[in-house]
Ligand binder design. Structure first.
Ligand code: FAD
Length: 648
């Protein structure tokens, strides 16, 4: 075997929570698993997650009566009826297992303290007697868009605690991790994926990994918004990009991009929703709690899309606080007190001190909404199998599984990574057991040569072409200002033109550093076109969707339109094709009929097709769009009508 070609049973591209949990499952089933990661796994973006992980354990007084059905209801409402309801059911039922499993792995969950506890609810201090028999159970905090307190947390370092615990399990099982490597293309023959071409970021060399099954777990694509994101610099959407390049695997709902209400101004570093969950509130420049009037029932704890829009509107109306970096609003958590801030929100305390020099027990925190989460991604069926290519799977934020629809609820992502990592990891293991590793190495070597040629051609360019960093920054400006929180047809059309120009510029860009080895400029150049193509799918998808749903808000089409848009956007765009191709599949079997979310606007265009008729089309229509058959029949995990029996 050539060292330029290695083999494994299961190749997992991505060492965040989703990828690592998936690899654990494959390894536990006896497979050789290999994890690739741009960075040492513990520096994956999952580590940055702060406020919590949703699971209906119902352990504290404000969580009493909670159950997976209420979690399902909240998730579907949060998604603005964009979620696949069967996937949302599976997720809500399995999330408690994931939280308990993490406790077993060693996560130090914050616990119920029996007896009198002081909380802040809707700005008021309240005292609640937690039953002594619950003392020591995993506790919950409030989060946006939920009927019960459900977010389990480890202070405000939940992702850090979870990733270190899961990574320790990876180490314990002896799973091979190759960090500082980047998958740059998929190996496939048009029907089956057999691995990936990988670039070693330490020396610029390439090798092929051939695998029975390949999993994309590369996280989100927030960095297409340039500096306007809470995401780490490694969240460049490379996994979605290499799937898109195949021209076979579609990406789902790329226009569904979440903006988080509270990121630090100007750095964009997240200040967790847990601050508002624990009783913090938002103020405008006149110290007015504008969310009370805007959303009398949920106030600061409506879903993120709704709160972000109210904040953006507040600033558009001239009620933002002026700063050299543009307007911002205030987050006030002073009343929670230093003890609370230095224990349950410890990381927020540190972030405020280190990045804005403020003491949140005494000072207001400058915040504004920023890109935060990618609801769109590699479209997969409920087993995590990518549409159209056997042997290819996707999990976590990289995937469009799709339990978030057009708006993810806070805390549902960490839970998704662990739930889907376990379930999809088991499916991957089953698949890998049933297929041979034997396949055409010629395809792998051709793909290897193509990847190397791409790097060579970048290095061979000369002249005074544009800099890749100028193109990157221009992409971010276009995305934030024309494909942002409020969208219009005119601005989206402008964005498409600008991104088209940037794609042309990218073909003429010239590198300043010509080193073929350790060369961050080359590494980024190799990703840039893929990022621009992703940005284009977001802009074009948003331009085509003439309605408002969740985080996709069109001021020229402000209503959710269930009559015409109860569907998911799919986009395919082969690497050699000049234009993307869009198509639309039904969202999934609908059990909870479309209705009011309980916050935000109640105005919408009603569905006219009877649900039974809609549901009858789902299987055939999704198959027509490339969905592969699942192990269990479609709809078998739905608990039809269960939601009718729950009280909110
Ligand atoms: C600041 C912040 C706070 C958050 N807080 C919460 C929270 O409190 N609760 C919650 O539920 N969610 C939260 N989220 C969201 C949540 O953290 C993420 O959605 C989730 O952790 C993503 O996990 P993942 O495993 O899918 O991807 P990631 O953790 O992003 O991991 C991706 C992995 O892929 C690797 N990779 C990427 N491209 C390649 C490539 N081409 N080749 C090889 N490797 C590659 C990376 O190195 C990394 O290891 C937060 C997000 C942010 C930004």
């Amino acid at each position: 075997m050539s060292s330029r070609l290695i083999t494994t049973d299961v190749l997992v591209i991505g060492g965040g929570l989703a990828g690592e949990r998936c690899a654990i499952e494959a390894a536990a089933a006896g497979h050789d698993a290999l994890i690739l990661s741009l960075v040492p796994p513990r520096r994956s973006h999952s580590c940055a997650a702060q406020g919590g992980m949703q699971a209906a354990l119902g352990n504290c007084v404000k969580a009493e009566g909670d159950n997976p059905t209420i979690h399902f209801l909240d998730t579907v409402r949060g998604s603005d009826w964009g979620a696949d309801q069967e996937v949302a059911t599976i997720f809500a039922e399995e999330a408690p297992i994931a939280v308990r499993e993490l406790a077993h792995y060693g996560v130090p969950w914050t616990r119920v303290r029996g007896g009198k506890n002081k909380y802040f609810i809707k700005g008021q201090e309240v005292e609640i007697d937690e039953p002594l028999e619950n003392d020591g159970l995993i506790t919950h905090r409030d989060f946006g868009g939920t009927a019960k307190w459900r977010a389990c947390y480890a202070a405000a370092g939940t992702g850090h605690a979870a990733l270190y615990a899961v990574d320790s399990e990876v180490v314990r099982l002896g799973i091979t991790v190759r960090d500082r490597t980047e998958a740059v293309s998929l190996i496939h023959d048009g029907t089956r994926c057999t691995g990936a071409i990988v670039r070693d970021l330490r020396d610029g060399s390439y090798f092929a990994v051939m695998a029975r099954a390949t999993v994309i777990a590369t996280g989100g694509y927030g960095r297409i918004y340039g500096q306007y994101t809470s995401n780490a610099v490694i969240n460049e959407g490379t996994g979605a990009s290499i799937a898109l390049d195949t021209g076979i695997v579609p990406l789902g709902n790329m226009e569904a991009v979440q903006f988080h209400p509270t990121t630090l101004s100007p750095s964009g570093i997240l200040v967790t929703e847990g601050c508002r969950g624990d009783g913090g509130y938002l103020l405008d420049k006149n110290m007015n709690r504008f969310m009370v009037e805007a959303e009398p029932e949920k106030q600061e704890l409506a879903s993120r899309d709704v709160v972000s829009r109210h904040m953006a509107q507040c600033m558009r109306d001239g009620n933002g606080v002026d700063s050299p970096y543009g307007p911002h609003l205030w987050l006030d958590i002073r009343h929670l007190g230093e003890e609370h801030l230095r224990t349950k929100l410890l990381e927020v305390w540190d972030i405020c001190r280190d990045f804005v020099g403020r003491n949140p027990a005494k000072d207001l925190i400058p915040v504004r909404p920023t890109q935060h989460y990618s609801m769109g991604g590699v479209r997969v069926n409920k087993d995590g199998q990518a549409y159209g290519l056997l042997g290819l799977y996707a999990v976590g934020e990289a995937a469009c599984w799709d339990m978030h629809g057009f708006n993810r609820l806070g805390g549902n992502s960490l839970a998704e990574t662990l739930v889907s990592g376990r379930l999809i990891g088991a499916r991957v293991a089953e698949y890998a057991s049933g297929v041979s590793l034997r396949s055409d190495t010629g395809i792998a070597f051709d793909a290897l040569e193509a990847a190397e040629q791409k790097a060579r051609s970048w290095l061979a360019r000369s002249g005074n072409g544009p800099s890749i960093y100028e193109i990157r920054d221009a992409m971010g400006e276009t995305m934030m200002h024309k494909v942002g929180i409020f969208r219009t047809g005119t601005e989206l059309a402008e964005a498409v033109l600008e991104l088209g120009q940037l794609l042309d510029d990218c073909d003429n860009a010239v590198l300043r550093c010509k080193d073929p080895g350790v060369n961050p400029e080359l590494a980024f150049a190799l990703r840039l076109k893929g990022m621009l193509r992703l940005a284009m799918t977001v802009a074009k998808g948003a331009a085509a969707r003439t309605e408002s749903r969740g985080a996709h808000y069109r001021t020229d089409f402000p209503l959710r339109n269930d009559r015409d848009w109860m569907n998911r956007t799919l986009v395919r765009w082969g690497a050699e094709e000049s234009e993307p191709t869009f198509s639309y599949e039904p969202t999934g079997i609908v059990d909870l009929p479309p209705g009011h979310r309980g916050y935000g606007s109640d105005e919408r265009i009603e569905m006219t097709e009877p649900l039974e008729a809609y549901n009858e089309t789902v299987h055939a229509e999704q198959s027509r769009h490339g969905r592969l058959e699942t192990v269990e029949a479609m709809g078998s995990r739905l608990r039809r009508g269960a939601w009718q029996s729950v009280s909110r």
